[in-house]
Ligand binder design. Structure first.
Ligand code: XIL
Length: 375
């Protein structure tokens, strides 16, 4: 039984939570007192995680427990990509995508759709299309079918993923080849019509690189000039211990905000492993040979590196909080180190430590350092 004082305390807490009309706080309700990532940043931005099939199908109970405790947003790591959701012209695989969306709604999570138009993980049949009116029909049908199905359930769509080269020009892709640069307009316009209330995002990596940043800003301005809806830029955030610098990150967040859009940090992870040659970014088709020098911590991460990672994460989150008026979401690309794609990219079968939870789903020093911002 609760005493009158305890009951009064609960009512006050609920009143405070209800009074804070903040985006992320809407989802925390009375859980606000638990120490967790989502509660630490509940007045700043959503804290999300990309989830794989095991988590979507609730077959990984430890991951599910962490997801529910720590995060208030989800992104599907793979299942909504074209090759999975629309593998042949007349076939859509909605079964697992439906489960993903249900998981989000059941747990009151800000639910992201990833991704409608991308040159990678595309279905082969699309790469064979060479006629522009056929491609227009295909693109519209793809976007309409998916966005409509999840209208009111998906909160934010990554409409176009990685359309730019490092110099800010448009990347060669089947969409550019067949439709020309207007395919981006077509994609955003179609998504906006299908669900006028959903947030529409342009998502890419290396968005702290000045030339690429200028390209994104040109794209945002062009869409806005044509009255086509775009709400946010997704900075993926596949970063490392040294770069990009805090200054580069900050300059970029401000620049996107000045262009009139929100910033979502959409795929955050920080590799601690050596980089093959001078590879930058996150182009998923790149792959290199493994070797002992490329996989220096197969058993565990030395304390010295844990500490550097912890400091790096804390600095980055301090910066994110400083720009809380511009950032609406920070999503980690995975829940824990064991399930990170960085164990297999850009080199197969390495042992990486890029996230806040270790292979045993326990919080790392980096988690503690981010949670210190609670105080
Ligand atoms: C990655 C997934 O994590 C991997 O499982 C998959 O094999 C390749 O794609 N940028 C993106 C994400 O937008 O969709 C990519 O996800 C990582 C880079």
């Amino acid at each position: 039984m609760k005493s009158p004082i305890q009951i009064f305390g609960c009512i006050c807490l609920l009143a405070v939570v209800a009074a804070c009309g903040n985006k992320a706080s809407e989802n925390v309700e009375a859980e606000h007192v638990d120490p967790s990532l989502k509660n630490t940043f509940s007045y700043d931005f959503f804290v999300g995680a990309a989830i794989n099939n095991g988590v979507i199908e609730e077959k990984d109970s430890l991951a599910t427990a962490l997801l529910k405790k720590e995060f208030n947003s989800i992104t599907p790591e793979n299942i909504m990509k074209w090759m999975h959701i629309h593998p042949s012209p007349d076939k859509f695989n909605f079964e697992i995508a439906d489960k993903y969306v249900d998981l989000g709604k059941k747990n009151n999570l800000h639910t992201v759709g990833h991704t409608l138009v991308w040159h990678s993980q595309l279905a082969d049949w699309v790469t064979e299309v060479n006629d522009s009116s056929a491609m227009t029909v295909i693109l519209k049908n793809h976007i309409n079918s998916i966005v409509n199905r999840y209208k009111g359930k998906i909160d934010s769509w990554d409409v176009v993923n990685e359309a730019l080269n490092e110099d800010g020009t448009l990347r060669e892709s089947i969409f550019l080849e067949v439709l020309g640069d207007s395919y981006l307009e077509l994609a955003f316009e179609t998504a906006a019509k299908a669900d006028p209330d959903v947030q529409l995002v342009y998502n890419d990596y290396n968005l702290t690189n000045p030339e690429k940043r200028a390209g994104v800003i040109r794209l945002v301005k062009k869409l806005k000039e044509k009255n086509i809806k775009i709400d946010a830029v997704g900075m993926q955030g596949h970063w490392n211990l040294e770069g990009p610098t805090l200054e580069e990150i900050e300059t970029s967040i401000i620049a996107y905000h000045d262009a009139g859009v929100k910033v979502s940090i959409s795929e955050l992870d920080i590799t601690v492993l050596p980089n093959p040659w001078d590879l930058e970014g996150a182009e998923v088709s790149q792959n290199f040979e493994n070797s002992p020098s490329m996989n220096p911590y197969p058993e565990s991460l030395p304390d010295s590196v844990q500490n550097i990672l912890a400091k790096r994460y804390q600095d980055i989150f301090k910066l994110f909080r400083k720009h809380r008026d511009k950032i609406d979401r920070v999503t980690f690309w995975g829940i824990n180190d064991g399930s990170s794609w960085l164990n297999n990219w850009p080199i197969d079968d390495r042992t990486n430590y890029p996230l806040l939870f270790d292979r045993n789903y326990r919080p790392k020093k980096a988690y503690e350092s981010v949670m210190e911002l609670n105080k």
